[in-house]
Design a protein. Sequence first.
Length: 47
Amino acid sequence: EVRTFVDRHGCNGFEVFLGGDCELETTIRALKFITKVLEDESKEVYD
């Protein structure tokens, strides 16, 4: 589950909840996805 939020400073963020008996491969895929999104967003900042 992914939840988005806005903190008290007005910055957007998200939380990822992995629950139950989440398999290692699923966790790795989720982390790769998160990393890709962060890398893509950082490219937009520096372009």
